[in-house]
Design a protein around this ligand. Structure first.
Ligand code: BES
Ligand code: MN
Ligand code: ZN
Length: 540
């Protein structure tokens, strides 16, 4: 039986790291070719031919050596096996004797690109993810997918490492938060080693791409772990403790405001949401700083470790997955740690607004008025609209430090899921150019998103006879109403964007591409790329 594995990059000999929650897959830039690599499997790409004959299967670049071992008949063999090259398709076949692997896996890449175009990076990422999922339980696989650039190598690495994920803590007992003595069973361990073929292992750019992919995906997988950890083990205090430990490991300053400090500071939003639970709220500040940074980015995450709805209790059928309501905080946490690990030349401050939303004799009642950290009063008409309350306090607090921009990430509204579906997050902002930039960055890193407006006329629905604002407005456009509420708590003159990830944060269907069931790590890639752009001075 294999034990929990440590992460390492074969391209450098840093001390081996062990991740707290699940196993970590290693990434190596292979110096061996497909013909000489010893592994459990080789992965090649196949595409749908663009020619007149539909059903034409085309081998993607990178598959040449494997095809040669099949006497140039690999495409024919795959067609006979029923392969079409469709995205998401995985065909496994025994390898011929000329190869040093027992199995070849062909993954579909969809239509062959036009003319001289390269394969789309997100298609490569997803195909690599499909192959990695099909290889669960295996030790090592060589990925011989088409790489037209260093960026493509990064995308394949990301997809493979993201696909090599399983949350096994409660079946294999690998999680410090899980009960001790969990049995050694459950899902297979993920593929242990991804060997990227067709790269230049000694080339600095390839090494950097591999290191970036490793750090980024380990943090995305950490966010997934946090989302998947059940709410009886992950509550504000234990989440804050995980953040403190990671901060220590990566040189990030971590400050935790506990209930007493929140009372002293007047954080009425966080306290109001958290007061029904036996697990008190926390506000965590994570600060990664670079000595040569010219800009500071503030990231704010909704961290409701469980959303029962509170006194406005959610009906059965709507609360089983509400452990996912801290996905925004998990994404922010992961992004700050990734920024630190990558040594980005930008300051990144993360704010985790942590509370558990529970009904009880001490819970906030519909009709209560909260005095927020900003001094504004809020009439709570529905205790299930709690995310905006904890975020409001964190946004005000983050604004005090006058960052160059603030981005909040939240599983905020069911309305956004109705609008955009389960795979696309909505982007709202107080600055059109900033919203456009984030949309473009998300597109580039392969995260589906869409710009949404903040129509001023929706503000009047939140007018309250007793307080400055109510926490609910018109039902129609509920995602935009929530965005308008948040906007009022952002400091004057600060560029701000709000990502409503209620749809893509948690995946309930069958796994696809590199997306597993459960926590997805939505928005981490966008946040990290935003930090990179900010560091490079690409944003205003
Ligand atoms: N956490 C929920 C939103 C949510 C819904 C997240 C589905 C993930 C999947 C949020 O706190 C909530 O309950 N929002 C209410 C707001 C309403 C009461 C104004 C909603 O969307 O129904
Ligand atoms: Mn709610
Ligand atoms: Zn919620």
């Amino acid at each position: 039986m294999r034990r929990a594995r440590s992460a390492h990059l074969s391209t450098d000999n840093r001390t081996q790291r062990k991740r707290d929650f699940t196993t970590v897959t290693a990434l190596t830039l292979s110096t061996a070719g497909a013909a000489t690599l010893r592994a459990d499997a080789l992965v090649v790409g196949v595409a749908k031919g663009a020619g007149s004959k539909s059903g034409d299967l085309v081998l993607a670049p990178g598959a040449e050596a494997v095809d040669k071992a099949f006497d140039g008949k690999l495409a024919t063999v795959l067609e006979t096996l029923g392969a079409s090259g469709a995205e998401g398709e995985v065909t496994k076949l025994p390898a011929p004797s000329g190869l040093k692997v027992p199995v070849v896996i062909a993954v579909g890449l969809g239509a062959v690109p036009d003319g001289d175009d390269a394969y789309d990076a997100e298609k490569l990422r997803r195909a690599a993810g499909c192959a990695a999922r099909a290889l669960a339980g295996a030790e090592k696989a060589g990925f011989a997918l088409p790489l037209a650039s260093v960026e493509d190598a990064g995308a394949v690495a990301e997809g493979a490492l993201l696909g090599a994920y399983a949350f096994t803590a409660y079946q294999r007992g690998e999680n410090s938060l899980a009960p001790k003595g969990a049995k050694d069973n459950g899902p297979k361990l993920p593929l242990a080693e991804v060997a990227l073929l067709g790269t230049k292992p000694r080339d600095k750019a390839f090494k950097a791409a591999a290191e970036r992919a490793t750090a980024l995906v380990e943090e995305i997988n950490r966010a997934r772990d946090l989302v998947n950890t059940p709410p009886n083990d992950l509550y504000p205090e234990s989440f804050a403790a995980v953040a403190a430990a990671a901060g220590k490991e990566h040189g990030i300053k971590v400050q935790i405001l506990d209930e007493k400090a929140l009372v002293k500071g007047g954080f009425g939003g966080l306290l109001g949401v958290g007061q029904g639970s036996s697990h008190g709220p926390r506000l965590v500040r994570l600060a990664y700083t670079h000595p040569k940074a010219e800009k500071t980015l503030a990231l704010v995450g909704k961290g409701i470790t469980y959303d029962s709805g509170g006194i406005s209790l959610k009906p059965a059928g709507h609360n089983e997955t509400m452990k996912c309501d801290m996905s925004g905080a998990a994404a922010v946490f992961a992004a700050v740690v990734a920024a630190a690990r990558l040594g980005l030349r930008v300051n990144v401050t993360g704010w985790l607004a942590l509370a558990e939303n529970m009904p009880s004799g001490t819970a906030t009642r519909p009709g209560d008025v909260l005095r927020m950290y900003s001094g504004k009063t809020v009439e709570v008409l529905n205790t299930d609209a709690e995310g905006r309350l904890v975020l409001a306090d964190a946004l005000t607090r983050a604004s005090e430090e006058k960052p160059d921009a603030i981005v909040d990430v939240a599983t905020l509204t069911g309305a956004m899921v109705l609008a955009l579906g389960n795979r696309t997050f909505g982007i709202m902002a107080n600055d059109d150019a900033f919203r456009t930039s984030i949309h473009e960055i998300a597109e580039e890193v392969g995260e589906a998103s869409w710009p949404m407006p903040l129509p001023a006329d929706l503000r009047k629905g939140m007018e309250s006879p007793t307080a400055d604002i109510a926490n609910m407005g018109e039902r129609m456009g509920g995602g935009l109403v929530a965005g308008l509420f948040l906007k009022e708590f952002v400091g004057e003159g600060i560029a701000w964007a709000h990502l409503d990830i209620a749809g893509p944060a948690y995946h309930e269907g069958a796994p696809y591409g590199y997306t597993p069931k459960g926590g997805t790590g939505s928005a981490v890639r966008t946040l990290v790329a935003l930090a990179e752009r900010t560091a490079a001075g690409d944003l205003g």
